[in-house]
Design a binder for this molecule. Structure first.
Ligand SMILES: [Zn+2]
Length: 247
């Protein structure tokens, strides 16, 4: 069974690695054919990488975070993101999360990568994501899921008009994710993402010594992490919170 779990982890990690490489190639304006067929090579020395170097997470550990041909440091973002997606896949599997959530999380991974690199997400991708969420919502129809995210969405858009705290892209993503989960999960998801983003901003502010209002924070990675926690533990956490409130 352990081997099976390890396989699930590596499917997630390998998909992260594939998405990272593809987005990198799109950014560097590779031709469409080369996007999928060309061998991976070191960004510094151009040496073609062996299959061991390309193993998600493990390649980084085996080579101690460096290119073994030219000693250039590998960006720590890659192994961390591969590890995170691997762990998410494993948890989804252990908690029997519906299959469509894997698709949603892969899409969130792409959006997060954009947000981390460019502090913004392409509009087209956001719209496709929203459409995907609505399609899933229609196929898993549950009318109780829709009112709450819409109410929050209107609230956020109004808040955005008066005070620019969220980007419109972030609001659309919150709306899309909102229709996929229960009301209890949504409350946990929403507040957790704000708490995590706030903690990050405070740490960022202390480290870089800048004003919190000027700190630009990518929101999608925090939304994604909060969403995963809400899917798996949302109902349980909500139960605990209710108990605390009754005491
Ligand atoms: Zn190299």
């Amino acid at each position: 069974m352990i081997i099976f779990y390890i396989c699930i982890f590596f499917i997630g990690a390998a998909l992260a690695s594939f998405i990272n490489a593809t987005l990198y190639r799109i950014e560097k304006e590779f031709k469409w054919k080369a996007l999928l067929t060309q061998n991976s090579h070191c960004e510094e020395c151009g040496h073609t990488l062996s299959w061991i170097d390309l193993l998600p997470v493990l390649g980084f550990l085996i080579n101690k975070g460096k290119c073994k041909y030219c000693n250039a440091k590998v960006n720590i973002y890659y192994p961390i993101s591969e590890f995170v997606l691997g762990i998410i896949f494993l948890f989804f599997f252990l908690y029997a999360v519906p299959f469509y959530m894997y698709v949603v999380i892969l899409f969130l991974f792409i959006l997060s990568t954009y947000d981390i690199k460019e502090l913004g997400i392409p509009k087209d991708l956001t719209h496709i994501f929203l459409a995907l969420c609505l399609i899933i919502f229609i196929f898993t129809f549950d009318v109780t899921k829709i009112y709450f995210p819409i109410a929050i969405g209107i609230f956020l858009i109004l808040l955005n008009i008066f005070k620019k705290s969220f980007g419109l892209g972030d609001i659309l993503i919150i709306l899309g994710l909102g229709v996929l989960i229960s009301k209890e999960q949504f409350i946990i998801f929403f507040w957790l993402s704000i708490i995590i983003a706030l903690l990050y901003s405070i740490l960022f502010m202390i480290r870089k010594k800048i004003d919190i209002k000027k700190a630009k924070v990518p929101m999608v990675p925090f939304l994604s992490i909060a969403f995963v926690i809400a899917i798996i533990y949302g109902e349980v956490l909500w139960g605990h919170i209710l108990k605390l409130l009754q005491m």
